[in-house]
Each structure stands twice: as C-alpha cells, then as structure tokens.
Design a protein around this ligand. Structure first.
Ligand SMILES: *Cc1c(COP(=O)(O)O)cnc(C)c1O
Length: 234
C-alpha cells in the first residue's frame, strides 16, 4: 500500500520534472493537496510530510475538518461550486477561493469576510472548454468580472482557475491550459497584475505546468481514489 507520505513525494517529483522540462523553477509551482472526502487524519499525515496547503470542495465537510485541524498552521483553499447561501461560511473559514465565477458571489464573499482576517485571496474560474454543465465565467465576460472583483475591498484578485474537459490527449490538455494562460496574459496587459494560474490535477499536471500553472490541485494522486458515494454535497 502506498502511504500518503510516499504518494506526496511522488507527486512532488512529477512537479519538479515537469518544471525542469518546461525550463521553470520547481519552487514557482505550489502544490495544493485536495483533501475532499478524506478524513482529518489524512490531512494530518500529509502535514507531517511538510504539506500545508489543502483544497476542499464541499463547504459543510470542509468546515468540520478545518475545526478538527485548528491546532495546525494550515492554509485552506475552497475550490468547489459556490452557492450564495454558503458564502458566509467560506468567507469565514478559508484563505483562498478559486471558484469565483459571478459578481453576486464575489460581492457576498467580500461583505462576509471577517475584519480580523486578511483579504480573501481569489481566483476567477474560467470556462475554457465551453461545456455548459461546467462552472466558470465565459472568456468574453472575464474582463468585466475581473474589473468588478478588483473593486471589492475584502477580496484580493490573484488570478485564474480552470478545470478543462478531462482528456488523455496531451495535446488537447496543452491547448486548453494555454487558453487559460493567454487569458491571464491579456488581463495583465490591461494592468491587472495577476500572479496565479490554478490549473492541473492528478491526470494533467504536467501539461498545466508546461503552460504556466503556478498552483496545481492534486487529490487522488496523493490520497487515493475517492468513493463517489461520499459526495453528499452540495
Ligand atoms: C477534486 C478536484 C481536484 C483534484 O482532482 P484529482 O483528479 O483527484 O487530482 C482538483 N480541482 C478541483 C476543482 C476538484 O474539484
């Protein structure tokens, strides 16, 4: 059986190799360990191996885990679909949100961000695959949303997140990630000063790193396969 610690080591190796192949510094790519559906003890084990940033997709599950792990100096990233009635919990418990895709949700997060915490670090989720079933702002609407989010006092806009269509075709993976990078570059030419590209998961992190990912979100390659019956939310 692979332990979480050895799996984590293997993922770090993959990140390092992909970075070097792309002529990038491995330390410019952060690993977000996606712990959704896995218990607090799994997070503790990863922390013991040096991992401190964790991603969660289901608000209720995450809030319980964050409380159970309050003794550790962890950084929590919300990466799942966001509903209006959950924004207060997310604004109160997380350091980052990667999945902001509309103005209304952004406004609620800003209003609900507690005064004693630093601004919530935010990525806009962009839908580059055009799949209607997926979340994310359409590329044509991205700049307007970015301009709006930039005015919100308790949010700090950091960059873009994407979940491209799943495919084993490496060339197609690259094209989709490249589209995200080009959207970020376009915003930066308009002085947005964004520094974060959150893209790449267990199956496609190499392609994402080749196209400039600065955060890869990796779940199953670290913690093992998820049981779909555990997905009780949203
Ligand atoms: C679950 C999830 C991941 C991790 O996916 P793996 O394939 O298990 O690495 C990454 N990003 C988001 C948004 C997710 O929901």
């Amino acid at each position: 059986m692979t332990t979480i610690i050895s799996a984590l080591q293997a993922v770090k190796q993959r990140i390092e190799s992909a970075a070097l192949r792309a002529g990038r510094a491995p330390q410019d790519i952060r690993l977000l360990a996606v712990s959704k559906t896995f218990p607090a003890e799994a997070v503790r084990e990863a922390f013991s191996a040096g991992q401190s940033a964790f991603g969660e997709s289901y608000v209720q599950e995450a809030v319980g885990k964050i409380a159970a792990l309050a003794d550790l100096p962890l950084e929590w990233h919300f990466i799942g679909p966001l509903q209006s009635n959950k924004t207060r919990l997310v604004a109160g418990h997380f350091d980052w949100v990667h999945s902001v895709d509309r103005a209304k949700i952004a406004g609620r997060l800003s209003s609900a961000r507690p005064a004693h915490l630093p601004p919530l670090q935010v990525c806009l989720e962009v839908n580059v695959s055009g799949e209607a079933s997926k979340g994310g702002v359409a590329p044509q609407e991205l700049e307007a949303l970015a301009a709006h989010v930039s005015t919100l006092p308790r949010l700090q806009l950091r960059g873009l997140m994407a979940i491209p269509a799943a495919t084993d075709d490496a060339a197609l993976q690259r094209r989709q990630f490249r589209a995200v990078r080009e959207l970020l570059e376009k915003l930066n030419r308009k002085n947005f000063r964004l520094d974060t590209l959150s893209m790449g998961m267990s199956n496609d992190l190499e392609a994402a790193i080749a196209e400039g990912a600065t955060i890869v979100r990796v779940g199953s390659a670290i913690f093992g396969a998820r049981n779909s019956h555990l997905k009780i939310e949203p």
